[in-house]
Design a protein around this ligand. Structure first.
Ligand code: NAG
Ligand code: NAG
Ligand code: NAG
Ligand code: NAG
Ligand code: NAG
Ligand code: NAG
Ligand code: NAG
Length: 399
């Protein structure tokens, strides 16, 4: 149960070709992509996202405090892994512990799209009922396909839901998934393995391609129904946020530009950037080489519901700063140079050399802020123009 690489490429293709018109979608259950059921915000701290992994018990206080700094977090199945059962309850309890520290933190809990796991009580109760053998994918000899594994000191059985069975769909949606939606501390669900069965099942027998496709298609139907149920509860799905590729210092100028243009074109779509599967730096922020530029890229491209996937430590200066609100869309005054005006700052990223900056407007100007920030922005344009010419000049000598 490792987290799956998302179908970023497929989704990007889709976005580019259908801006402003979001349905249908190549990953059918994810879109149309209703916006999260909460007000939009440009507050940077509320726009941060992180995912929390394994812990023998509930998270320690330090982890809870860190989690509670974020706008949106996910909690993995391996939270409180010492307990071989009751995961519906422990995940919701962990969510409540975090929300007690910061009620503004939105907490998403883990659910498995593909596997029935006996650590969830709603799963265990049907996994061992001999009259429900047809609820699960079977070996050719008719016994349940079982990727059993050992966690801590107990056995965790992993069966694959056979979503083709209508009873499985009903149960998956109305019991297993509903058990998260009906908890007040839970804001939504992280659906693991939502792109289908088989990806991680290394020791499966040779099921035919036709069989795999039909089980996968049925899984998408269940997920779509779960999504619809979530909307009725005003809950959301982690997978609603899409992940465009994020520029890095390894990119050529052309690649950086292409990534920026794609990200900018996704302004009206919920996006996580850099996103957990997409080059997010998982080390302390000081070691995240491209963090400064990626935050600038985020501010340049972002829309109402964008989230910035944070490193493994909190970067106060980056995430608690009040950037204000964007005053206009991003623009490219000179080739490969992206700029956006915010009410409190001007942000740029130069794909020619992967330099970025966030330039704050003087606070003394607040009385005439609008007018003066307009002047500032003109000065900025002259500055970047000069800078750009100078760099071009430098490059002539270095190449
Ligand atoms: C952790 O926080 C809880 C709740 O604030 C408190 O009761 C407990 O004593 C703290 N534990 C430690 C080890 O600091
Ligand atoms: C097993 O499933 C059958 C059919 O749904 C049901 O009637 C029975 O009560 C279940 N047994 C247990 C022990 O839950
Ligand atoms: C059924 O097949 C699986 C996979 O080949 C095997 O591990 C299992 O022992 C078999 N069970 C029986 C009862 O033959
Ligand atoms: C699943 O596999 C484990 C470990 O091999 C075994 O102990 C357990 O009986 C199996 N359960 C089922 C229902 O196949
Ligand atoms: C939530 O749903 C589950 C499954 O339907 C149910 O067992 C549980 O009692 C419900 N809890 C609340 C608080 O409504
Ligand atoms: C499954 O297919 C692979 C590749 O075709 C083959 O090497 C393997 O022996 C097959 N396994 C079974 C159990 O048929
Ligand atoms: C700009 O920043 C100041 C604090 O530095 C803050 O009071 C103000 O609300 C910010 N402006 C906007 C539009 O957020």
């Amino acid at each position: 149960m490792y987290l799956l690489i998302s179908f970023t490429f497929l989704i990007l293709q889709f976005i580019i070709h259908s801006q402003g018109k979001l349905d249908p979608c190549p990953v059918p259950w994810r879109l149309p992509c209703p916006l999260p059921p909460w007000p939009r915000t440009y507050n940077m701290q509320l726009s941060t996202q992180n995912y929390f992994g394994s812990s023998e018990d509930f998270y320690d206080n330090e982890t809870v405090s860190f989690a509670a700094l974020h706008g949106v977090i996910g909690i993995d199945w391996a939270n409180h892994y010492s307990l071989p059962m009751h995961r519906e309850d422990t995940l919701a309890q962990q969510a409540a512990i975090i929300k007690a520290v910061n009620p503004k933190t939105r907490v998403f809990v883990y659910r498995q799209a593909e596997l029935a796991l006996n650590i969830f009580d709603t799963n265990a109760i049907v996994m061992y009922n001999s009259s429900k053998t047809n609820w699960f994918v079977l070996f050719p000899n008719g016994t349940i396909y079982n990727d059993s594994t050992t966690v801590f000191h107990y056995r965790m059985d992993q069966f694959c839901w056979d979503h083709r069975n209508p009873d499985v769909q009903d149960y998956f949606v109305n019991s297993y998934i509903a058990s998260a939606f009906n908890q007040s501390a839970v804001d939504g669900i992280f659906y693991d393995d939502d792109t289908g069965i088989w990806a991680e099942r290394s020791n499966y027998p040779n099921y035919t391609e036709e069989y795999r496709l039909v089980v996968d298609a049925a899984t998408q139907v269940s997920l779509n129904r779960a999504w619809e149920l979530g909307l009725r509860y005003n809950k959301h799905a982690w997978q609603a946020w899409l992940s465009p590729n994020v520029p890095t210092s390894q990119d050529t100028t052309a690649v950086c530009v292409e990534k920026m243009k794609t990200a900018i074109s996704m302004k009206d779509v919920p996006v996580t950037f850099p996103a957990m599967y997409n080059g997010a730096c998982s080390t302390p922020w000081e070691q995240c080489k491209d963090l400064k530029q990626q935050l600038a890229a985020f501010l340049i491209a972002r829309g109402d519901y964008w989230l910035f996937f944070t490193p493994s430590t909190w970067w106060k200066e980056g995430f608690e700063t009040n950037y204000g609100i964007p005053l206009e869309d991003a623009y490219e005054p000179f080739p490969n140079f992206f700029v956006r005006e915010w009410s409190n700052c001007t942000v740029y990223l130069d794909c020619n050399n992967f330099n970025s900056d966030i330039i704050f407007h003087s606070r003394a100007m607040s009385a005439h802020r609008k007018k003066l920030s307009h002047h500032n922005s003109i000065l900025m344009k002259y500055f970047v123009h000069f800078y750009h010419l100078l760099c071009r000049f430098c490059r002539m000598f270095y190449f």
